[in-house]
Design a protein around this ligand. Structure first.
Ligand SMILES: [Zn+2]
Length: 446
């Protein structure tokens, strides 16, 4: 979508303010009156233009491939070789691989059934056909708009900046606590992976939905007793790069210059749980490159700082696309988490979310092992109950990463109720396993 000048400037101002720490301060100075003065001031204090989207230097030699791979360990090996696995249907695995990854797969005896150059996919416009999706400037503008609409209980902030200096924006929703103590908190993260645009729309429009339904008893109670954090775009550079030409570029990673002609680190392999292990690639050109070290990227460091500043954060959702799954740790270990009581709670909440959405609940590593993801780290390092949602659609044939504007409304709608349920659980996530304590599923009307 052609970005309005004002939005670009707002984005630039947000970036500038974030780098100065202004919005970060606004989040943690205890000022929760919702006036979001830091944000407004930042927008008013315009200093320049938004960061440009620098070209990726290496020619794009990636393909959508289908391979026949039987069994989880073989899939894990393929992922370790650099195949970005996106769908598993029986022994037929679909994903993205560059030429060097294809060669490694072949050398490992994995036969590629079909391949199609990403550049050969029909050009699709984010605008105008998919104009309903929010680009970065529009995300920032929407967050500002929600913040203005939710005066008294919404404030905007930034958790840090990307490789190219874009602010990683967020919202907090919740009334100040009556006793001054920190409330239990839940956080909803989108777009670790750039091409997964629906993963931005769900948390962003969840924030909008909550703000618009703030007077309803159930939502009001959540706003009074919980803090809700929305971080709709962890990888803003990648998102902008993906749509910068008007043709989707299937960008997954951030825009870090790897120094070897390749660009980008897979942010969802860059967290510190068994970093660099199975299912993450050592090869910088691969879509699943884990980076030189855990938390080597400013985007993952920003998430870490955000989490570490919130000891009351008990529950997290990391949205991705696609495959229609609700997954719990471990992703990076081929075994269940050791805390049986927590495992029961994880399973219960994933299955509950699956009932509402029609997605499938499972342990992340059930399809293949992949190390370094957000939720493994959140659970291992911080004891945060963290779920990964792989949103709509179910398959590449149904649109894959680019399911069109018609996917936004239904996907957001079916994910409202699971989000409200998880926000409610933030006071004691173990409660999820106590089925009798949970109310019957109810549709969220939007
Ligand atoms: Zn993803």
């Amino acid at each position: 979508m052609k970005r309005a000048l004002g939005l670009a400037l707002a984005a630039a101002a947000l970036a500038a303010s974030a780098s100065a720490g202004g919005l970060w301060d606004a989040l943690f100075d205890g000022d929760s009156d919702g006036s979001s003065g830091g944000f407004s001031a930042a927008v008013a204090a315009l200093t320049g233009e938004a960061a440009s989207v620098k070209p990726v230097r290496k020619a794009d030699d990636r393909y959508w491939v289908t391979v026949r791979i039987d069994g989880k360990s073989a899939r894990t090996r393929a992922a370790s070789l650099g195949l970005s696995i996106e769908s598993v249907e029986g022994s037929l695995v679909g994903g993205v691989a560059d030429l060097s990854t294809l060669k490694r797969l072949k050398d490992a005896g994995i036969e590629v059934q079909s391949r199609r150059a990403l550049s050969g996919f029909r050009p699709e416009d984010f605008p105008p056909a998919d104009g309903i999706y929010h680009n970065y400037g529009e995300i920032v503008s929407e967050l500002q708009s929600i913040s203005s609409a939710g005066s008294g209980f919404v404030s905007a902030f930034s958790i840090g900046t990307s490789v190219q200096g874009r602010a990683i924006p967020g919202l907090r929703l919740g009334y100040p606590s009556r006793d001054g103590r920190a409330k239990p908190a839940a956080a909803f993260l989108g777009a670790h992976h750039a091409r997964e645009h629906l993963s931005t729309e769900v948390p962003l429009l969840l924030a909008r939905w909550i703000a618009e339904h703030a007077r309803e008893a159930r939502v009001k109670r959540l706003l009074e007793t919980r803090d809700i954090y929305i971080l709709p775009v962890i990888n803003p550079d990648g998102v902008e790069y993906d749509i910068a030409t008007g043709n989707y570029r299937w960008q997954r990673k951030n825009l870090k210059d790897n120094g070897d002609g390749s660009v980008g680190v897979d942010l969802n392999r860059n967290y510190d749980f068994r970093f660099g292990g199975e299912g993450a690639s050592d090869y910088p050109g691969s879509d699943t490159y884990h980076g030189p070290s855990a938390f080597s990227e400013p985007e993952t460091r920003a998430v870490r700082s955000f989490v570490e500043a919130l000891p009351n954060l008990k529950l997290m959702v990391s949205y991705h696309t696609f495959s229609e799954l609700v997954m719990y740790p471990w992703g990076g270990a081929d075994e269940p988490i050791s805390d049986g009581r927590a495992l029961a709670a994880f399973k219960a909440m994933a299955e509950r979310a699956a009932q509402w959405t029609g997605y499938r609940a499972m342990q992340s590593s059930e399809l293949y092992v992949a190390t370094g993801d957000t939720c493994d780290w959140a659970w291992a390092a911080k004891g945060i109950f963290c779920l990964t949602f792989e949103l709509t659609p179910k398959s590449q044939g149904q649109g894959g990463f680019y399911p069109g504007s018609g996917a936004v409304g239904p996907t957001v709608q079916k994910n409202i109720e699971p989000a409200l349920y998880l926000i409610d659980l933030a006071d004691d996530p173990y409660r999820a396993a106590n089925a009798t304590a949970m109310a019957a599923p109810k549709e969220a009307g939007i």
